[in-house]
Design a binder for this molecule. Structure first.
Ligand SMILES: C[C@H](O)[C@H](O)[C@@H](O)[C@@H](O)C(=O)O
Ligand SMILES: [Mg+2]
Length: 406
């Protein structure tokens, strides 16, 4: 409405077009948060599908969990504004961005993210659909939303409909839930250390660790196990029932992400009141539709840097919301925080404790992002997100390598 009488000229200001796409790689923590130095809790004899091979049991880095490294995507607009994002992907993902996806971005309006996403996905469907390719698409999509926010001078959560709450509350993932409790987090998610290859002895050690943490944390603190795809339905069922006595709140990603049938069976098998969660290695609305329609889990946990980005997470979240399911994204720093605050069915978030102990809170994607907010007393106020885009900048002290160009 015009405030004053007279002609009201409503002019849509044209958006600057994307003029450059750059993909870099970086090593050492950051978005590829498994890429840590020796002695870090996150690589301390954690159960994985590779643990059936004794030579790959003590360390996930031994089989290559950190082989990719971080992908950094920059999108530059004609007015000089640069949007960027980071995810797991490294050099192969940089190739996909520079040599395949860039053609759908150069000369385009960053506000056309639906068309751009559609072209990135369906042009790579013949070799993508999940994993590395969708990681690359996710990074481009997140950089688009960062660029949009910077062009509109608004935080991404404003572009998603605004906050439905004043603060984010977090559970912490790491080896020390007892310390997480003292730091004000609402729960602690432990990595599972022993899988089927270590038999009943290993299962007893898993239960003993949970019992110890329950004794340290008291009865009211959430305790969860993250099984990182390491188990089979029988072992996961036995573990769930053995851990029920110690108040295990949820059993996470117990079996292969491809075994939708196994998840549906596990969800029927676990004790009443225990939740089954999964999805961090699932991708797109179609993958999550399968998890939801086959009743595989109680909570889906997409990683916004791996599932297709914000543009796809909007669709995934709506599917879950329509079925009364919670969406608690896998820890992905500001990229999930800006989403979670805007959705009623995302009442809390994950904070991955990246300190080696972990005995203190450090930024999740350290050292790559400057300005990354961290929880205080297990919470982040929405006002901490009130900066354009995702509100973070690349740390200029982190060496970047650009292996390809477009
Ligand atoms: C702690 C788990 O083993 C993984 O390292 C973690 O990244 C992921 O599964 C999570 O849910 O945070
Ligand atoms: Mg997990």
């Amino acid at each position: 409405m015009c405030a004053r009488r007279g002609r009201c000229r409503s002019v849509v200001i044209p958006f600057p077009k994307i003029v450059a796409v750059r993909a870099f790689t970086a090593r050492g923590g950051g978005a590829d948060y498994h890429d840590q130095g020796a002695g870090h809790w996150i690589d301390d004899h954690i159960a994985t599908p590779m643990a059936r091979y004794p030579e790959y049991r003590a360390s996930r880095q031994s089989f290559g969990i950190n082989v990719l490294g971080t992908l950094v995507v920059e999108l530059e607009a004609s007015d000089g504004t640069v949007g960027f994002a980071v995810t797991t992907g490294g050099e192969p993902a940089a190739f996909i961005v520079e040599r395949h996806l860039s053609r759908f971005l150069i000369g385009q309006n960053p506000a056309d993210f639906e068309r751009i996403w559609d072209q990135m996905y369906f042009s790579t469907q013949y070799y993508g659909r999940k994993g590395l390719v969708v990681n690359a698409i996710s990074a481009v999509d997140l950089a688009l939303w960062d660029l949009l926010g910077k062009l509109r001078q608004e935080p991404v959560y404003h572009l998603l409909g605004g906050a439905v709450r004043d603060e984010l509350q977090f559970y912490a993932t790491g080896a020390r839930p007892d310390i997480a409790r003292d730091l004000g987090f609402i729960g602690g998610k432990l990595p599972l250390h022993h899988g089927p290859a270590e038999g009943d002895e290993g299962l007893k050690k898993n239960v003993a660790l949970l019992a110890d943490m329950r004794a340290r944390c008291g009865d009211d603190f959430w305790l969860m196990y993250d099984c990182w795809m390491a188990l089979d339905v029988d072992y996961a069922t036995r573990l769930a029932h053995a851990c029920h006595a110690h108040g295990l709140k949820w059993i996470e990603e117990a079996i292969s992400p491809d075994d939708y049938w196994g998840y549906a069976e596990l969800k029927r098998n676990v004790p009443k009141g225990m939740l089954v969660t999964c999805g961090e290695h699932e991708a797109t609305r179609w993958g999550f539709r399968m998890l939801l329609e086959m009743d595989c889990c109680d909570i889906i946990q997409p990683d916004v840097g791996w599932c297709g980005g914000i543009t796809e997470l909007i669709k995934i979240s709506a599917l879950a919301d329509a079925r009364g399911k919670l969406v608690v994204p896998h820890g992905s720093s500001v990229y999930s925080y800006h989403f979670v605050v805007t959705r009623h069915n995302s009442p809390f978030a994950e904070f991955l404790m990246m300190h080696p102990g972990p005995t203190e809170v450090v930024p999740m994607f350290a050292p790559q992002l400057l300005g990354e907010p961290v929880p205080h007393n297990g919470r982040i106020k929405v006002s901490a997100l009130d900066k354009p885009g995702f509100g973070v900048e690349l740390n200029p002290d982190v060496p970047l390598h650009r292996p390809y160009s477009n």
